[in-house]
Design a protein around this ligand. Structure first.
Ligand code: ADP
Length: 352
C-alpha cells in the first residue's frame, strides 16, 4: 500500500513537470480517477441521500488540470460530465433527458465551470513555466562571463606570481574562489529550472558503480585538505544510468559530509552490493540532523539552522533526490544530532 502511494506521488510529480511522455498513461490514470470518484459520488447519492452532483467531479478536473495541463483538464471535464450524467442522474444508464430538466442545466454549468477552471490553471502553469524559462536563460547567460572572469583571474594570478606580487596573487586567488562559488550556484539554478520544466536530459550507459565512486572520492580529496576520505568497495556490480548525474549526487553527499563536519577529520565512503543493486554510503562525524528537520531534508531550498555559517543553497539534496527517482533508486539517511550522519544511495543493478 505504501509502495503504491509513493509510486502514485512520483507519477503525479512527473506528470506535473511534463515528464510523462506516454499520453495513454496520463489519460488512463485520469479515467481511473474519475471512476473512483464516480463510485464515491454514487455512494453519497444512493446511500446517504446526498446530492453532491458535480462537486467531486470539479475536484478531479482541478487536479487533472493542475497536474496534467489543458488536455487532461478538458478530458476530465468532458468525461466526468458525461459519466455523471449517464450513471448517476435519472434515468440511469441512459442519455435520455429525464423528467428533471434541471439535470441538463447542472451538466451545462459543470462543463462551463470545468472549462474555466482548466483555463485559469493553464494560465498559472504558463506563468510558472515562463518564470522557470527566464531563470534558465539568465543562468545560461551568466556562464560565459563567469568563465571569462575566472580565466582572467587565473592569468592575473600567474602573472603576479612571476613578478612576486604576493598581495595581487592573493586577491586574484580570492576572485577565483568567489567565482567558483557563484558558478556552483549558477549550475544549481540551471539544474533546478531543468528539473522543474522536465528538461533535465539523461544519457544512460552501463558502468561499474564503484569505479565512479572511486573517481569522485579522488577528485573530492584533491579539493579537501581538512578531511581524509576513506574509500572501500566490496562490489563491482554495474548500474545503468547517467554517469555524470549520479556522480553529481555522490559529489553532493561527500561535499556535504565534509562541509557539515567542520570539527572532524574523516569521511567514510563505502560501496556494497545490496538487494539486487548497489548501495553507496557516505558517513560523517559532524553536526548531524535534528529530529524536527528530518522530513524536510529533500525539499528545495531547505537548510537546517544548525548549519551556522556553512555556505550553501539548500538545492543539492533536492536535485539529487530527483536524479535518484529518475534512476528508480533510493536516497535516505541515518543521523544523530551532534554525532554525525550517514547518507545512503541505492541503485538497481543493470540487467542484461
Ligand atoms: P546545501 O548544503 O547547499 O545547504 P543541500 O541540499 O545539499 O544544500 O542540503 C540541504 C540541508 O541538509 C543543508 O543545508 C543541511 O542543513 C542539511 N545537510 C545535508 N547534508 C548534511 C550532513 N551530512 N550533515 C548534516 N546536515 C546535512
Amino acid at each position: 500500500m505504501k509502495k503504491l502511494w509513493s509510486q502514485t506521488l512520483q507519477f503525479l510529480e512527473a506528470l506535473h513537470r511534463g515528464n510523462i511522455k506516454n499520453k495513454m498513461q496520463v489519460y488512463t490514470f485520469i479515467s481511473l480517477f474519475i471512476s473512483l470518484f464516480l463510485i464515491i459520488e454514487s455512494y453519497l447519492f444512493t446511500n446517504l441521500g446526498l446530492e453532491p452532483r458535480y462537486i467531486l467531479s470539479l475536484l478531479i478536473v482541478l487536479l487533472s488540470a493542475w497536474f496534467g495541463g489543458i488536455g487532461p483538464g478538458i478530458f476530465a471535464t468532458l468525461l466526468a460530465g458525461i459519466a455523471t450524467y449517464y450513471f448517476l442522474l435519472d434515468p440511469r444508464g441512459s442519455f435520455m433527458i429525464g423528467e428533471n430538466f434541471d439535470d441538463l442545466m447542472y451538466l451545462f454549468i459543470f462543463l462551463i465551470e470545468g472549462t474555466l477552471i482548466v483555463m485559469v490553471i493553464e494560465l498559472h502553469r504558463k506563468a510558472d513555466r515562463k518564470r522557470s524559462e527566464f531563470l534558465g536563460t539568465i543562468s545560461h547567460e551568466l556562464k560565459n562571463p563567469l568563465t571569462a572572469i575566472k580565466a582572467y583571474a587565473q592569468l592575473i594570478s600567474r602573472f603576479a606570481k612571476k613578478k612576486k606580487e604576493t598581495t595581487i596573487t592573493e586577491f586574484a586567488e580570492r576572485i577565483d574562489k568567489q567565482v567558483n562559488h557563484v558558478s556552483e550556484m549558477v549550475n544549481y539554478m540551471l539544474d533546478i529550472t531543468k528539473v522543474e520544466t522536465g528538461q533535465l536530459i539523461y544519457r544512460d550507459e552501463i558502468f561499474v558503480a564503484s569505479d565512479l565512486v572511486k573517481e569522485v572520492v579522488k577528485d573530492q580529496q584533491v579539493i579537501t585538505d581538512t578531511h581524509t576520505i576513506h574509500f572501500t568497495s566490496l562490489t563491482d556490480k554495474t548500474v545503468m544510468g547517467d554517469r555524470y548525474r549520479i556522480g553529481q549526487v555522490i559529489i553532493n553527499l561527500i561535499s556535504n559530509a565534509v562541509k557539515y563536519s567542520p570539527h572532524a577529520k574523516e569521511v567514510i565512503v563505502q560501496v556494497v552490493g545490496k538487494q539486487n543493486g548497489v548501495q553507496i554510503s557516505v558517513k560523517d562525524f559532524g553536526i548531524g540532523i535534528r529530529e524536527k528537520d528530518r522530513n524536510k531534508m529533500f525539499q528545495p531550498f531547505f537548510r537546517a539552522d544548525n548549519v551556522k555559517r556553512a555556505q550553501g543553497t539548500g538545492i543539492g539534496l533536492y536535485i539529487s533526490s530527483q536524479i535518484v527517482v529518475r534512476h528508480k533508486g533510493k536516497l535516505w539517511f541515518d543521523s544523530e544530532e551532534g554525532k554525525g550522519s550517514t547518507f545512503y544511495l541505492w541503485l538497481p543493478a543493470a540487467t542484461d
